[in-house]
Write a protein that binds this ligand. Structure first.
Ligand SMILES: Nc1ncnc2c1ncn2[C@@H]1O[C@H](COP(=O)(O)OP(=O)(O)OP(=O)(O)O)[C@@H](O)[C@H]1O
Ligand SMILES: [Mg+2]
Length: 394
């Protein structure tokens, strides 16, 4: 570790302060900024300190520890969490990883053993030791509560518009059953995310490249399985690995989603730094867009990291901008007009931003790309700030 890592240690009630203090490595690279007895107290301290690493020490199975880990990971995904436990009752280790911890060390363990676990976790999240400075690329998830609103159109054109601005872009088709990024971009899948699942083993930047397909614009796409029955084998854990790997090697990761808040979509929102919420200009779609916004609020997603896109805007349907504001409570950020060239471009497998770069629609996609680039410049690339669900429980 190059710099000293500010480490906060949270102690559950059934674990001895002295024992944990003695177990911790004495090393200049690790600076313990606090050893807090009680996990609620530790949570409060975590809000006030700028720890780079969190150690949660517990005697054995502990729901409070799981809540704390979950809250801490949600709040700052780049900060590693290591669990020290005196026993590992059935299912506890699995739960600890499920809620997002980076490693579990069962005590007793030597100081060197613990130091190694800490170093490993820091190295995995490399580049993220500085407070708030996250080296990962933005991950933009394109959402629409209802089908057919234009999510795939927007994901593909956003990805290509970012690529034409010189950015290295990965596009992930999360519509695992009926994904059509391949068709929309006119690329045929030699390998898909399903082949990546079947390959087994750990995912790294080199490996994942072998499963992506390149489009002429330079966008590289991780395509959806070719058959709907293959979708079930793509787990949320695999998706998390895919996202963190892509975010380490690309400038932008854009994710197209199926309609609705499926478990995969929720997991992607949890990993995302930015959301592009897509609605259309009719009262039913606007009602669903409002529900989508409320769901994102409940998940604690920061509205500053959300771009609201209204597709097929300008169609004369008797809904004005004022109506939009009244129904959904905010102005749309970008309006994409209806354009007869769009279905044609889709059928030809040519994104409209390349097929008709001068069209109003292409310019709107360019504007959307610029907004994400501006958001990155002003807010940093890191995950959005989120309210903690844990805080409400405690
Ligand atoms: N602004 C537009 N002008 C003209 N046609 C459009 C526009 N937006 C979308 N379409 C057409 O509407 C259809 C649905 O768009 P798209 O596939 O992008 O929606 P989706 O939200 O991804 O749908 P699904 O929920 O099924 O994945 C496509 O055929 C597309 O060409
Ligand atoms: Mg789609």
């Amino acid at each position: 570790m190059d710099q000293s890592v500010k480490t906060l240690v949270a102690l559950d009630t059934n674990v001895s302060y002295d024992m944990i203090q003695a177990a911790l490595p004495v090393d200049t690279s690790i600076q313990v900024v606090g050893m807090i007895e009680g996990l609620d107290e530790a949570w409060s301290t975590l809000q006030e300190t700028s720890a780079d690493l969190l150690i949660v020490a517990c005697g054995g199975y502990s729901d409070r520890a799981l809540y704390l880990i979950e809250g801490a990971v949600r709040q700052k995904p780049s900060r590693p969490v290591i669990v020290l436990t005196q026993s590992s009752p059935n299912g506890f280790v699995r739960r600890v990883f499920e809620v997002g911890a980076d490693d579990v060390v069962v005590l007793p363990e030597t100081q060197d053993g613990i130091k190694f676990a800490l170093q490993k976790a820091m190295a995995r999240k490399s580049g993220s030791t500085g407070v708030g400075s996250l080296a990962t690329a933005p991950l933009v998830v394109v959402l629409g509560p209802k089908g057919g609103t234009g999510k795939t159109l927007i994901s593909t054109n956003l990805a290509v518009a970012l690529a034409t601005r010189g950015r290295k872009v990965a596009l992930v088709d999360l519509d695992l059953q009926f994904g059509d990024i391949g068709l929309t971009l006119g690329i045929s899948p030699e390998r898909t995310i399903y082949d990546l699942v079947k390959s087994g083993g750990t995912i790294d930047g080199d490996k994942i490249e072998g499963y992506m397909t390149e489009h002429a614009s330079g966008v590289r796409a991780l395509l959806a399985p070719s058959r709907p029955d293959q979708a079930a084998s793509v787990s949320v854990e695999l998706l998390r690995d895919v996202y963190s790997t892509l975010r380490a090697t690309y400038d932008y990761v854009v994710v197209d989603t199926p309609p609705g808040f499926t478990p995969e979509v929720i997991a992607t929102i949890d990993s995302a730094s930015d959301v592009c919420l897509v609605g259309m200009l009719d009262s039913l779609s606007l009602k669903n867009t409002k529900l989508g916004l409320e769901t994102l609020d409940l998940m604690g997603f920061d509205r500053d990291r959300l771009q609201l896109v209204l597709n097929r805007a300008g169609t004369r349907v008797g809904i004005t901008n004022d109506d939009v504001r009244t129904i959904i409570g905010r102005e749309p950020d970008v309006l994409i007009p209806s354009d007869r060239e769009i279905p044609r471009a889709v059928n030809e497998g040519q994104p409209i931003v390349l097929a008709k770069p001068g069209s109003e629609a292409a310019r709107a996609f360019g504007q959307l790309a610029d907004r994400f680039m501006d958001a990155r410049d002003s807010n940093g690339a890191g995950p959005a700030r989120r309210r903690s669900l844990f805080a409400r429980k405690g």
